[in-house]
Write a protein of this length. Structure first.
Length: 318
């Protein structure tokens, strides 16, 4: 496994210690491979343990990628499920943002010292006073206090509302905001003023210049020339067997029936995964299906994203 040249630059950025702090924001657009960049950075930093915060649907994907890129064997990575999850002695933990705010899990994480915290889809920490943000960043009990390296990953972290950047900047590189390093001053300077209640944007170029050492952003069109025409990546979805009694005895079904039953059972997890990818900034996704009823189910569940259904046998005009 080898990184592309632009990905080596991303690794270098994560390890660059902006403002003499072991924190960085990798804000490359979706599809550029921020996961292998952060995993490689953790390897180069000599990290032997850490926590990955990510959307629930991609937790198994992180475990797979950590093994694929040589950071940790699968038995060294625990994936947290449930609000009362008990941590093992495994050096790596993958959990979703909803769980980090649960007192039992928060307490267990804070009882250990870790090397690196990777916050995937870090735009989910966009509110300074939300339970999730406090669980990570609070100066007294936030888990961020237990880590040396802290890296935020997001392809949509620079939205039209700069207020959504404030929690990361305030807690990780507050120096770059001075003298606007409190929420009110920040809103006045970069969010269109108090009258806009954080919904506006102002002095965008100044803010971009201030945070340049901390944030690296590349668009896909900037790096496509380094990539092959096609990149294959397997996505493993976590579908609990016990929730699908219809699978019992599937081996006795005709092959065509078995494929249909399994495909229909995957629909909710696939919808969650596609929704997460679209909301993370990916513009379009093409989904190929074998069964018409699966196409119908996906089209229905993804309707709010403007899903278009095309069936086999459709004419060019259709």
């Amino acid at each position: 496994m080898q990184l592309y040249n632009y990905q080596h630059q991303g690794v270098k950025h994560l390890l660059s210690m902006p403002f003499n702090k072991p924190h960085a924001l990798l804000a490359d657009s979706p599809g550029t491979g921020k996961t292998p960049m952060s995993i490689t950075a953790a390897k180069e930093a000599g990290c032997k343990g850490g926590v990955i915060l990510c959307p629930a649907i991609i937790k198994p994907q992180w475990q797979t990628q950590m093994h694929k890129w040589g950071l940790a064997d699968p038995d060294q990575v625990q994936i947290a499920y449930g609000y009362d999850y008990k941590l093992t002695a495994a050096p790596w933990l993958v959990l979703n943002y909803d769980l980090v705010r649960q007192p039992a899990i928060l307490k267990q994480i804070n009882q250990r010292d870790w090397h690196v915290l990777i916050m995937d889809e870090a735009q989910r920490l966009k509110g300074i006073d939300t339970k999730q943000s406090r669980a990570v960043f609070h100066k007294d009990y936030g888990i961020g206090n237990r880590f040396y390296w802290k890296w935020a990953l997001s392809g949509t972290i620079v939205p039209n509302r700069p207020i959504e950047l404030f929690p990361l900047l305030f807690t990780m590189v507050r120096e770059c905001l001075k003298p606007y390093d409190n929420e009110r001053a920040y809103i006045n300077r970069f969010c269109g003023g108090i009258a806009m209640d954080g919904r506006g944007s102002s002095n965008e170029l100044e803010l971009a210049e201030r945070i340049k050492p901390y944030m690296l952003r590349r668009e896909l069109e900037d790096v496509w020339h380094e990539c092959p025409p096609l990149i294959e990546n397997e996505v493993f979805l976590d579908i609990p067997f016990e929730l699908h009694p219809e699978w019992i005895g599937a081996g006795f079904m005709p092959d065509s029936t078995e494929r249909r039953v399994v495909a229909e059972s995957k629909v909710p997890a696939v919808v969650d995964y596609i929704s997460d990818r679209l909301e993370s900034g990916i513009d379009k996704i093409a989904v190929l299906c074998w069964h018409t009823n699966v196409v119908e189910a996906l089209g229905r569940e993804l309707g709010k994203y403007g899903a278009v259904k095309i069936y086999g046998g459709a004419s060019g005009a259709e």
